[in-house]
Design a protein around this ligand. Structure first.
Ligand code: SF4
Length: 94
């Protein structure tokens, strides 16, 4: 049985130079969101708390477009759009 990391390694990405994910109000992350669930639920580890910058760093290049982070954010503080045409993750089936 494959691990999540092994399965993620089978995906292909074509990265855009601009992020399709943003955090509209970083102050909410700092002052109101104690548990920071986006850093735990995302299987691709897109969201990481940077203690020195006191903000969430978004590694949008690794996004597998599952939508989990948007659902788990208790403050609806993740703005997520589909990557522009031709960019993002590609899945292989079969
Ligand atoms: S879950 Fe939402 S509010 Fe909390 S740290 Fe992540 S983006 Fe910020």
């Amino acid at each position: 049985m494959s691990t999540v990391e092994e399965k993620l390694g089978t995906l292909a990405f074509k990265n855009d130079h601009q992020s399709h994910i943003s955090i509209p109000n970083p102050k909410i992350c700092l002052t109101q969101c104690k548990d920071k669930p986006c850093t735990k639920v995302c299987p691709a580890k897109v969201y990481d708390w940077d203690e020195s910058q006191k903000k969430i760093v978004v590694g949008y290049e690794n996004c597998i477009e599952c939508g989990a982070a948007r659902m788990i954010c208790p403050f609806q503080n993740i703005r997520w759009e589909m990557p522009r045409g031709g960019f993002g993750v590609s899945y292989k089936f079969g």
